[in-house]
Design a protein around this ligand. Sequence first.
Ligand code: 4NP
Length: 157
Amino acid sequence: MIRVLFVCLGNICRSPTAHGVFQKIIDDQNLSHLFQVDSAGTAAWHIGKTPDPRSQTAAQLRQYDLSGLSARQVEPEDFEKFDYILAMDHENLHNLQKICPSEYQSKLSLFLSFSDMNEDEVPDPYYGGAGGFERVLDLVESASLGFLKELTPGSKA
Ligand code: 4NP
């Protein structure tokens, strides 16, 4: 079982999108028995909320269902529990590095390090227009496929 945690700031836009996209990709390839997928935010503001309606709408148009997710904050136990802790941007990564025990630091990385799109951050779409949510999906789809390919070289990703 490979345990994967996607992390952004609020856990209502980018990381739930990554959670839903990656989950659907592994479901569609009958690989979900190999993974445990979750997402969390570094901030506490939106604990208990479902993903932002703009993220849900954009995701739904690409057949991803985010409606069952609810926001939570990163907890100290996450660093032991998860194998891969994938941050959406440098600030999230830096904030994780500050609270992660030294023996687990190697679990932390930028999610887009698995993408071939030549960008290293998923930009925060919260205060922008609809295009930002499409961009999140484009980047997250690319990185999800790259991540799966790296972990399961025989997959169709
Ligand atoms: P996320 O987006 O980190 O992708 O979930 C944000 C959500 C909420 C806020 C900022 C970013 N906020 O300032 O409340």
